[in-house]
Design a protein around this ligand. Structure first.
Ligand SMILES: Cc1cc2nc3c(=O)[nH]c(=O)nc-3n(C[C@H](O)[C@H](O)[C@H](O)COP(=O)(O)OP(=O)(O)OC[C@H]3O[C@@H](n4cnc5c(N)ncnc54)[C@H](O)[C@@H]3O)c2cc1C
Length: 460
């Protein structure tokens, strides 16, 4: 389908036919409805934002988008780094009105609407002593994180979010409401586990829940030296799978609980989550404490969802970032990281290191559209910038930093890709995964109606 901006949406008809709400730029509420997590997209002006209330609303909007020939964006939590969940002059299907969550205590499963945020889902399931692994941020939407893969605080013990996905309800490009699971539309079920929003609008997910009430977790800040960085990664790799970690090697923000002398110095802001026996967890985490005297140590027993931490909606820094995989971590890697971080004068700069393995790595690479199970670590490098004046300088730094760490390996996590071009999307789906995704895309969305995403072109 060729997409050209046109004003031909019958908004009044949409308003009559939808159970949800419809916003156009003249409406009060439009501004809030169009705002994404990333501030660079604040100026984007969709022609219509449809906040759907049920799957049939989605089908109605899909048909309107087809008729009008307008670009179509799908939005859940609004965290797309590429701005794919909005569109200038286009139509946005916003699933945030879909918030139902039905927990079946006996089977330890939940049917969860795709408009729930990670925190909303986790708070409700925690009230029943249950959890599903999502990401590291409470405001991320269940829609985007599940379809991209989901790498979070339970990844080593319970795998990715898609490893807990048992079934989904998806409205496909032709408006059909499809139930997909390993037996029903198995190709679609394979494709949505990592293939992002390419195959339809997911309205509900059936997710496996694990018994989990409290964890030992939180933030520990250590001084960043070659030894502490190498030591942190070694401990994270050797730890039992109950422990998942995120090591942010970065400039220390001026947080009130950090002594002033450390503000702006290079630290490891470690986030740790232990989901097993609590006393054993304390002992395992003590090994990180013994790497250096912690500058701050807020690791404690807590209900699992508290690991997300508070979020300030008004704190919306501008950032450029790059994601990649790594299979080893040497002394020289730590040297490179410290060298780049020291050389930059950006207000904030970071190398984020996530040790993977465990349950995530026991699923074969070809079992889902996410196909990087064998990679040992995910690495993200990022720099804040202040505006147009320093953006290209910060971008160049991020790109050089990523090149130095990745040795030409283009692969990365689709959930963290920005608008980085076809080559990077292709590398996110290596080998036969790409060809299979293209065939399934050809079957379920031959006209590429869903193209505002990390796009997989349909095989003809
Ligand atoms: C601060 C931050 C922290 C993050 N932390 C993690 C992390 O720890 N682990 C991790 O794995 N990822 C993480 N991510 C990446 C995140 O999972 C992806 O950006 C994800 O796509 C965001 O989902 P969303 O619903 O919030 O975003 P949206 O912008 O609403 O959606 C992103 C894209 O997903 C697709 N999509 C969303 N909902 C649907 C739906 N219902 N049906 C069909 N397609 C849909 C669309 O293509 C859309 O453009 C993080 C991102 C940010 C910004």
């Amino acid at each position: 389908m060729s997409i050209a901006a046109s004003p031909n949406v019958d908004v009044e008809r949409l308003r009559r036919e939808l159970r949800g709400q419809v916003f156009t730029p003249e409406d009060a509420g439009y501004h809030d409805a169009q705002r994404l997590f990333v501030p660079v997209y604040d100026g984007v002006r969709p022609a219509v934002i449809a906040q759907v209330a049920e799957a049939s609303d989605v089908a109605t909007v899909l048909s309107a988008a087809r008729e009008a020939g307008l670009p179509l964006a799908i939005r859940s939590g609004g965290h797309s780094a590429a701005g794919h969940s909005t569109s200038d002059g286009g139509i946005v299907i916003d699933v945030r009105g879909l918030k139902s969550l039905e927990i079946d205590l006996e089977s330890k499963t939940a049917w969860a609407d795709s408009g729930l945020s990670a925190a909303e889902y986790s708070n409700e399931t925690n009230a029943q002593g249950l959890a599903t692994g999502l990401g590291d941020t409470g405001s991320v939407g269940l829609g985007g994180i599940t379809l991209g893969g989901g790498i979070g605080f339970l990844v080593r013990k319970h795998g990715m979010t898609i490893d807990s996905l048992l079934a989904a309800e998806v409205v496909t490009a032709d408006g059909e409401v499809v139930h997909t699971d390993p037996a029903s539309h198995p190709d679609l079920f394979w494709a949505i586990r990592g293939g992002g929003g390419n195959f339809g609008v997911a309205t509900r997910f059936k997710l496996r829940l694990q018994p989990l009430d409290k964890i030992v977790g939180g933030m520990m800040i250590l001084p960043a030296t070659i030894d502490t960085i190498v030591g942190f990664i070694a401990e994270a790799e050797q730890a039992p799978e109950e422990l998942s970690t995120i090591a942010n090697v970065m400039t220390c923000p001026p947080m009130p609980f950090v002594p002033e002398e450390f503000h702006g110095s290079l630290v490891i802001m470690g986030l740790v989550a232990w989901c097993g026996d609590l006393d054993e967890g304390q002992k395992v985490i003590d090994r990180f404490r013994s790497l250096a005297r912690p500058i701050a140590d807020m690791v404690q027993e807590m209900p699992y969802p508290e690991i997300y931490g508070p979020e300030d909606e008004e704190y919306r820094p501008l950032a450029v970032a790059r994601t990649m995989w790594a299979d080893s971590f040497e002394l020289a890697t730590a040297e490179t990281i410290l060298g780049f971080l020291e050389d930059s004068d950006a207000p904030m700069r970071v190398a984020q290191l996530r040790v993977l393995g465990g349950a995530m790595s026991r699923v074969p690479n070809d079992a889902t559209a996410f196909a990087h199970r064998d990679r040992k670590m995910m690495v993200n490098v990022a720099s804040f910038y202040e505006g147009p004046d320093d953006r290209s300088r910060r971008e160049e730094w991020v790109s050089d930093f990523a090149k130095a760490l990745s040795n030409g390996d283009l692969g990365g996590y689709v959930g963290f890709l920005a608008d980085e071009g076809e080559e990077r999307v292709r590398a996110a789906y290596p080998g036969a995964t790409w060809d299979r995704l293209r065939r399934i895309k050809g079957q379920y969305d031959p006209d590429n109606l869903f193209q505002l995403n990390q796009n997989i072109p349909p095989a003809s």
